[in-house]
Structures are given as C-alpha cells and as structure tokens.
Design a protein around this ligand. Structure first.
Ligand SMILES: Cc1cc2nc3c(=O)[nH]c(=O)nc-3n(C[C@H](O)[C@H](O)[C@H](O)COP(=O)(O)OP(=O)(O)OC[C@H]3O[C@@H](n4cnc5c(N)ncnc54)[C@H](O)[C@@H]3O)c2cc1C
Length: 394
C-alpha cells in the first residue's frame, strides 16, 4: 500500500484482542489520525469486554503458551503496566501461583452462598508444613500439597475487564472510535477488502462501513464471519466475591483439586485480586453459542457448585458477599497446535487479518497478538509467527 493512501482499519470485536489491537495500531510509529482511522465494531449493546475478556481469571504467565507469543506478550504486559500505571488502572501485579490439593469441609446449611457454616471435626488433620505461610484465605489443615508453578517473577495478573476497557480508552485517546453493531460479512472487490457489513443495533438495518484493512477478532464468534476458521466455543462459569474489607487476601492464584465432602473432586481455579476480590471459575460445558454475547445464559447451578467448592476450603470466601455469577465462551482452536490464529488471510481477501482462537491464554497473549497485527498492517514487522499463520489452518 502506498504511504499516502488512507488506511481505514476496522477491528471486528471489542474483546481483549480487538481492544489491544486498536491500542497498538494507534501507538504504531506510522500512525497518525490524518492518515489512518481505527474503528472497533462491537456487537454488544453494553460496550466492550462483555465476553470472555471481561470474565476471565486474568493470569499472565511466562510459562503460558505458545512460547513465541508469550515471549513478546509478557514483557509487553510489564511495559504497558509501567507506562500507564497498570497497577492502579487494571490491577497489574506479580502473584504466587500453584497447584493446591486438599480436602473440602462439609457445608452444613446448603443455600445461596455467603451465610453457611462448615461442620467441625469431620476432617483429619493434615501436614500443615506444605501450606504456604502467607496463604491466609485457605484453611491450613485442609491442605495436602501445594506446589508453585513458577518463580515469583514468572506469574503476574491483571483484572481482565479493567485491562480491556483501558486498552479501548487509551486507543480512543489517540483517535480510535467504537462503533456499535454486529458484523455480518466482509465486503470485497477484486480480492481486496472494501468494507464490513453490519447490522445496526438501533434499527436493525444492514450497513457497510468502509475498510482498507479488517481485523477479525470476534473470539468464539469469529467463524460466523469466516466460516472456515476451525474455532469452536466452550462455555465456562465463574463467580466473584468481596470478602470482609478487614481481611487482606494474599496474592495467590490456585489451580485446585479438592476432595469434596460429598464425594468426587472439584477443580476450581481461584484468583485473589489486588482490590481484595476473589474470582473462581469452574469446568467448561458444551452449551451452544448464542448469536450475540448479550444472549449468554448463566446456569445458576453451575455457579453455586463453584461457590460451594471454594467455600468448602475457605472461610474468607464463604463469608464474603457474592457479587457476580457469570458465564462466557472461550474460543478454542481444535486442530494442529491449538492456535491462536494470527495473520493475513490472502486466500480469502487481501487486507483481511485474523486474530482469534486464543483458548485459555488470550489475556496473557493479547499484547503480543496486537503488536504482531499492528506491525503486519502498519509496517515494520520483525516477528515471525509461522506456526500461528492462518495458512496453516485454512
Ligand atoms: C473462565 C475463563 C478463565 C480464563 N482465564 C484466563 C487467564 O487467567 N489468562 C488468560 O490469558 N486467559 C484466560 N482466559 C481466556 C481468555 O478469556 C480468552 O482467550 C480471551 O478473552 C479471548 O479474547 P477475544 O477478544 O478473542 O474474545 P472475546 O472476549 O470473546 O471478545 C470477542 C468480542 O467480539 C464481539 N463480537 C462477536 N461477534 C461479533 C460480530 N459479529 N460483530 C461485532 N462484534 C462481535 C463479542 O461481542 C466480544 O465482545 C479465560 C477464559 C475463561 C472462559
């Protein structure tokens, strides 16, 4: 593309991948609002970060995968946090992270959460030496083993909703715009993208916004625009609670294996957050993907089950106020290396870029993905992501 030609970049999807892409596009050295426009097209009537990106755990890890993307993403997360005060703005911090195994205590009164007691004397004493000294929100005597997953500087966290909305706000400060609407098709002429057709949320009419470049970052919904993308959708539930403010919840992320008092094993992931929130998520299910993120249904039984599992090992969690019971869809790449899929899809149209299928590491890998996409579109790409290129998948 000639330097003087106006770039009209439309990013489909205001999740972490789309919003962070908008941020990197507007921070690229070749960017100027007079020569480049960046528009994020988002289908939710509630704005950005309404899907997995607003409801994930928020782990950012050096040991995540794929390594070629993590190697860019982790330092970029650190840089972004330093540059924009991520500590205050989106809860950036290093955290302890480990596998925790132990036993849950019986909840004597089953209910809606927040007011139950555990029965005493039903659990045999454990070897308390394996329990980290500062892990103050899990009962010591229930711990059977704890093994850290990385060195202290190997795992960090963000609040994913705050990170995603901050990326969008920072992109808008440099001239990016948010357009509400649901993309329905990529418009093209002689093999080049010319625009994105979308449904207007106000009157339901079909409109086209012009584009010289399109970034498809619609998470689990990406195949509704490019049907050949091998991305499927998996629903996962989570709950957040707010403990008593007098208790400072130690910074731990736990991958648990809880022997449940009623039999069976629960494996919730539990994230202590800097604002003293605790987040916990559970197993995935195969509920069908609704057409719009605003239509995601929450199964209250699944949320209650997560709450009970965590409450069975933590008084602080059990006595906390439940704030959110929610669900979202994870974009899963089921073939080859497991994705994500990042790059231009010339076999469909010149100017069409895919950045989707981030499975369980999209929060961690958003900055690396966005940096690659911005360099592919704006120039100066030095990073090779051959294993993630769309030609390997399509
Ligand atoms: C329970 C859970 C915990 C997780 N924990 C972590 C973690 O700790 N660390 C980590 O790195 N990752 C984690 N993940 C994974 C991470 O959440 C995802 O990989 C990431 O959020 C995907 O981001 P996305 O932007 O691709 O998709 P999404 O967040 O789903 O965003 C896609 C956006 O596209 C919009 N959209 C869809 N269709 C259209 C359309 N036709 N037109 C316009 N807009 C459209 C949607 O409304 C949505 O806003 C977790 C996921 C789950 C489910």
């Amino acid at each position: 593309m000639a330097q003087t030609q106006h770039r009209n970049i439309v990013v489909i999807g205001g999740g972490i991948i789309g919003c962070t892409s908008a941020y990197y596009l507007t921070r690229h050295r070749s960017y100027s609002p007079s020569t480049t426009s960046v528009t994020v097209l988002e289908a939710s009537t509630h704005g950005v970060a309404q899907g997995a990106s607003g409801k994930a755990g928020g782990l950012v890890a050096k040991w995540a995968y794929p390594s070629e993307l993590v190697d860019i993403s982790f330092p970029e997360h650190t840089r972004l946090a330093n540059e924009h005060n991520g500590k205050e703005r989106w809860g950036w911090r290093f955290a302890n992270c480990g596998n925790w195994e132990g036993r849950g205590e019986t909840l004597t009164h089953r209910g809606t959460g927040g007011s139950l007691d555990t029965s005493s004397g039903v659990v045999s004493p454990r070897d308390e030496s394996v329990h980290p000294d500062d892990l103050n929100w899990v009962k010591k005597h229930l711990t059977e083993s704890y093994s850290p997953m990385s060195a202290p500087d190997g795992t960090a966290q963000v609040h994913p909703y705050l990170f995603t909305t901050s990326m969008m706000d920072l992109a808008m400060e440099k001239g990016a715009t948010l357009l509400r609407g649901s993309a329905t098709a990529i418009e093209q002429e002689v093999g080049c993208v010319t625009g994105v057709r979308y449904s207007d949320p106000i009157d339901g009419s079909s409109k086209v916004t012009p584009a010289t470049h399109v970034v498809l970052s619609a998470g689990a919904w990406s195949p509704s625009i490019v049907a050949s993308l091998p991305i499927s959708a998996t629903r996962a539930h989570s709950v957040t609670v707010r403990p008593n403010p007098e208790v400072t919840i130690a910074p731990y992320v736990l991958f648990t294996e809880i022997a449940l008092p009623e039999g069976g094993v629960g494996t919730p992931e539990i994230y202590a957050r800097p604002d003293n929130e605790i987040y916990a998520c559970g197993l995935a299910d195969d509920s069908p993907l609704p057409t719009n993120v605003d239509g995601v249904e929450v199964d209250q039984t699944a949320c209650q089950s997560i709450w009970e599992q965590v409450a069975s090992i933590s008084t602080e969690f059990r006595e906390a106020t439940v704030e959110k019971r929610q669900a979202c869809f994870l974009p899963v790449v089921d073939v080859r290396g497991g994705g994500p899929i990042i790059g231009e899809v010339r076999s469909i149209a010149k100017g069409l870029y895919v950045a989707a299928g981030h499975t369980c590491w999209g929060i961690c890998n958003a900055p690396g993905t966005a940096k690659v996409i911005s360099e592919l579109i704006m120039g100066g790409r030095s990073i090779k992501m051959r294993n993630l290129e769309p030609s390997r998948y399509l």
